[in-house]
Design a protein around this ligand. Structure first.
Ligand SMILES: *Cc1c(COP(=O)(O)O)cnc(C)c1O
Length: 471
């Protein structure tokens, strides 16, 4: 299997070559040259597999440069009951006949990003050891991504993490999750500023090419193909749990921000998994809902990007969206380069409403969408608690709200649960008048000793810290 760029670069690469990379050299995103097809007999055989073995089967279709025995060992080391809390790894819960919740947030940081990041940690350690190299991961976080990366990379050989976050602005629970890690290879840098300052610092350091090369700076952001392919697995696992025969179809609703999660659903559907609809649920930051309704993709400015109670979906543009548009436009890299390179930088928008291919988004690829607000979130959390005794977090609530608008008789709707309520306790209290339950392993984490360095919002200060600590 070879990988190509969405912007038409003629280069082709193997999986391990793109594993430690971000964007393709032409600024595009990597995608496989074709989607492997899963036939009826294979899907039937997969029905009896444990999650780790299913992951191995699916990853094997995309990775041809890691020996099978090694890849299998990596999958088994990653997807354990000990790390993910249940033998199913992604258990399904039935709310009512047509509506199910797939639990993706029982990993170490209680959000779905663990599903991919835990695998990435093991793949990085394996590949770096094989090459005899080291990597210093530099990131910016306002919560979920940074903690998932730290819990995935802690104690891994050859990898260090330097994670910037806005000083004093994360919730006490999120700060405790990250800052209580005592592993020597994890460095928390609390920046005197806001999240944008952290992102600007990461960009500036990454653009300093001499520094980047000398200190082997890398990232783990959501455009990484390995993260995406890891997420494909739980669409198969959800489908296989919800159905008894391959003649049945299901739909998925996905609380969406950067389009990474639902893009994995698109890949699963392209592989032949019987998915009817892929429902994209957004919050007030409705860039994606607007596109699927109108054909217009319009990046928001910072004044137009709302801080909401489902903060992990507060995006101004959807960084994985280019992958879907590439498929939608018949894999025309020249056109994608024009839309995402030229047109977006010139005007911050592009318009496909007049293009005959736009109707394929729904008709051929199954995409529909909807949006949810703070009031919807509160009402949905309350209704789900009262009717089923199930407590859902704010992001999952956006999903359940939009899923209800797209139910079809006879087609089970699986909503992906992307975080546990304890991470967003303030909104739960607002909705239900009570604190969410806290898993026992998190009792008292706010009282643990914290390991964090406070730095000015200054590129030089962060670089100096890396120089002193990059081994
Ligand atoms: C990251 C995140 C999302 C959004 O996922 P994308 O892949 O960016 O679309 C939704 N919910 C939670 C809890 C998240 O952490």
């Amino acid at each position: 299997m070879l990988y190509l760029s969405t912007r038409g670069d003629p280069g082709r690469k193997h999986f391990c070559e793109i594993l430690l990379e971000g964007l393709a050299p032409d600024g595009g995103l990597y995608l496989p040259q074709h989607y492997p097809q899963v036939d009826d007999a294979t899907l039937t055989r997969w029905r009896s597999l444990k999650y780790a073995d299913l992951a191995f089967e699916i990853l094997s279709l995309y990775i041809d440069d890691i020996p099978a025995a090694d890849l299998k060992a990596i999958c088994h080391k990653t997807y354990t009951e000990e790390v993910f809390g249940t033998p199913q790894i992604v258990p399904l819960r039935r709310l009512d006949d047509g509506l199910l919740l797939e639990g993706l947030s029982n990993g170490p940081t209680l959000a779905f990003k663990d599903m991919a990041m835990q695998l990435l940690g093991n793949l990085f350690e394996y590949e770096l050891a094989r090459r005899g190299e080291e990597l210093n991961i530099l990131g910016a976080t306002s919560g979920d991504t940074g903690s998932a990366a730290e819990y995935a990379m802690r104690g891994k050989k050859g990898v260090r993490v330097f994670m910037t976050s806005p000083h004093g602005r994360m919730s006490p629970f999120q700060q405790a999750q990250m800052f209580s890690l005592q592993d020597a290879n994890i460095h928390n840098l609390a920046i005197q500023g806001v999240f944008d300052d952290c992102q600007d610092i990461v960009k500036a350091v990454s653009n300093d090419l001499a520094f980047k090369r000398k200190y082997k700076i890398g990232t783990v952001n959501s455009i990484n193909w390995a993260r995406l392919v890891a997420q494909v697995v739980y669409y198969f696992a959800g489908y296989l749990q919800a159905t008894t025969s391959n003649g049945q179809k299901v739909s998925f609703t996905v609380p969406s921000g950067n389009f990474g999660n639902v893009c994995a659903g698109h890949v699963a559907r392209m592989m032949g998994l019987p998915i009817d609809r892929l429902v994209v649920a957004t919050n007030e930051n409705d860039v994606l809902d607007e596109f699927f309704r109108t054909g217009v993709y319009r990046v928001r400015g910072s004044a137009d990007t709302h801080e909401t109670s489902s903060p992990s979906m507060d995006i101004s543009k959807a960084s994985n969206f280019e992958r879907f548009v590439f498929d939608l436009l018949g894999r025309d890299g020249v056109r994608v380069k024009d839309l995402f390179g030229a047109q977006l930088s010139a005007s911050g928008r592009f318009d496909l409403s007049g293009d005959a291919l736009f109707k394929d988004a729904a008709a051929k690829y199954g995409f529909v969408s909807g949006r949810s607000t703070h009031a919807d979130r509160l009402a949905t959390i309350r209704a789900t608690w009262e009717r089923y005794g199930v407590m859902i977090d704010t992001h999952t609530a956006d999903g359940v709200k939009v899923a209800r608008e797209h139910l079809q008789p006879g087609v089970p709707m699986i909503v992906l649960e992307t975080a546990l309520p304890i991470k967003f306790a303030a909104t739960i209290v607002e909705a239900l008048g009570r604190e969410p339950d806290r898993p026992t392993k998190f009792v008292g984490i706010e009282d643990l000793p914290k390991r964090v360095t406070v730095l000015d919002a200054d590129v030089k200060a962060v670089q100096a810290y890396i120089v002193a600590n990059a081994g």
